[in-house]
Write a protein that binds this ligand. Structure first.
Ligand code: FES
Length: 87
């Protein structure tokens, strides 16, 4: 299992424990941590989060991402991670 440390996303700062077989977006939704999203397919960019520590497996996307940015709908944790919304 992997730990997703949530750093103040919509007022929530907590830790989730997940198997890493679902996208971060799906895991957050399953734990009632709400983040912006629209397409769920890596096209719109509305689900961008900051990866503060740890590693993710990231599927292809056409959205240009800056260093440390991930798409919650396209990424799965492969280690314990810490995430937040964009500053
Ligand atoms: S929901 Fe559109 S890129 Fe993630």
């Amino acid at each position: 299992m992997f730990k997703i440390q949530i750093d103040n996303i919509n007022g929530k700062t907590e830790a989730l424990y997940v198997y890493g077989d679902e996208s971060i977006l799906s895991e957050l939704e399953a734990h009632n941590v709400l983040v912006d999203f629209s397409c769920r397919q890596g096209h719109c960019g509305s689900c961008i989060l900051q990866l503060l520590s740890g590693d993710v497996e990231h599927k292809n996307t056409l959205i240009p991402l800056s260093k440390g940015e991930i798409l919650a709908c396209r990424a799965k944790p492969i280690t314990d991670i810490k995430i937040s919304t964009k500053p």
